[in-house]
Design a protein around this ligand. Structure first.
Ligand SMILES: O=C(O)CCC(=O)C(=O)O
Length: 278
C-alpha cells in the first residue's frame, strides 16, 4: 500500500477510531475464504452458542490457522498489516482470528470495546487493533458491524444495559475495517429473510500483552512449520524487543529447531539495545 494511503488510514483511526480499506482483498481470496469457512462450519456442525456475546443465530469459528492453509494469508495481508503495525508496532502479535457468520434473526451484540478485559485506565494508547474483513457485503440490514465514532477516546467502557447510539459500517465484500480496539462496536442485528453476513475478525495486540486465542497450543506443530517467518513472529515465536517470551534465553522458534527466527535474549543486538535502555 502507498505510504500516503497508510497515513490517511492512520489519521482516520486516530480521529474516529476506525478506517475502512475498500478493495483491500483480492476477489479470488475472498471466494476461497468464504468457501473454506462454510466447509469448516459444516464439518464441525457449527451451531449458535446462544449467549449475548457470541449470538443466538450466529455461527462462530475460532482458531482459524488450524482450519485451512488459506487463513495464513490473512494476518500478514499487505493491505492490512502495514496499518496495524503503525497503530501498534512491528512487534505486535496475532491475538485471534474468528469467523463470524451472522444469520437472519440475529439481535445486536452488546456494544463493547475489544480491549474490555484490560484493566487499564481509559483512554489509553492502542493496546489492541482489530481488522474486520467483510467476506460478504456488510449492510445496516444484514448485521454489518455497528460503531460509535470517536469512542476510542472515552474515559469509560459502555454500560451493557444502556441504549447506545451507533452507526452501521456498510462496506462491500473485500473491504476491511481496521480499528483501535478501544472503539465501542458490536455485530449488528440481521433483519433480512435469508442473507448471512460473513466477516472474519483478525485481532492483533501489542507484543507485551497476552493474546486472546492461544496459538501455541491451538495450532498443531506440523501446521506451524508451514508458516512464513512473519506469521511465526505474529504468533509469538520470536522475542518481543529481543527479550520477552524467551525460554532459557532462546526464542520459541529456536527451541523448536528448524533454523528460523533464532534469537537469544540478552545476546543479540535488539536485547543489548534494551539493556542499554533504548
Ligand atoms: O461481528 C461483528 O461485526 C463484530 C463482532 C465483535 O465485535 C466481537 O465479537 O467482538
Amino acid at each position: 500500500m502507498e505510504p500516503s494511503r497508510i497515513e490517511e488510514h492512520l489519521s482516520e483511526i486516530e480521529e474516529q477510531g476506525y478506517t475502512i480499506v475498500r478493495d483491500a482483498i483480492e476477489p479470488p481470496l475472498v471466494d476461497a475464504l468464504v468457501q473454506q469457512i462454510r466447509n469448516v462450519e459444516k464439518e464441525m456442525g457449527a451451531k449458535p452458542k446462544g449467549n449475548p456475546a457470541e449470538g443466538y443465530a450466529t455461527l462462530r469459528t475460532y482458531n482459524l490457522l488450524a482450519r485451512g492453509e488459506v487463513f495464513q494469508t490473512m494476518p500478514v495481508h499487505e493491505n492490512v498489516l502495514p496499518i496495524v503495525e503503525r497503530v501498534l508496532d512491528t512487534g505486535c502479535l496475532l491475538s485471534g482470528m474468528t469467523a463470524i457468520d451472522i444469520g437472519p434473526g440475529e439481535v445486536c451484540q452488546p456494544i463493547h470495546p475489544d480491549d474490555i478485559v484490560m484493566n487499564v485506565e481509559r483512554p489509553h494508547v492502542p493496546l489492541m487493533c482489530t481488522s474486520m474483513w467483510a467476506l460478504t457485503d456488510f449492510s445496516d440490514a444484514n448485521g454489518g458491524t455497528r460503531a460509535v465514532p470517536g469512542s476510542h477516546r472515552y474515559d469509560h467502557a459502555p454500560d451493557f444495559q444502556a441504549e447506545i447510539e451507533t452507526i452501521p459500517i456498510e462496506m462491500p465484500a473485500g473491504s476491511v475495517m481496521i480499528f483501535d480496539a478501544s472503539l465501542w462496536h458490536g455485530g449488528g442485528s440481521n433483519r433480512t429473510e435469508d442473507e448471512w453476513r460473513l466477516g472474519v475478525n483478525v485481532q492483533y495486540c501489542a507484543g507485551f500483552i497476552r493474546p486472546q486465542q492461544n496459538q501455541y497450543l491451538g495450532v498443531p506443530r506440523e501446521i506451524t512449520q508451514t508458516f512464513s517467518d512473519r506469521l511465526l513472529e505474529l504468533c509469538g515465536y520470536s522475542l518481543y524487543k529481543g527479550i520477552m517470551g524467551h525460554i532459557d534465553t532462546k526464542s520459541p522458534a529456536m527451541v523448536l529447531g528448524g533454523g528460523r527466527l533464532d534469537q537469544t535474549a540478552y545476546a543479540d543486538s535488539r536485547s543489548s539495545d534494551w539493556v542499554e535502555g533504548e
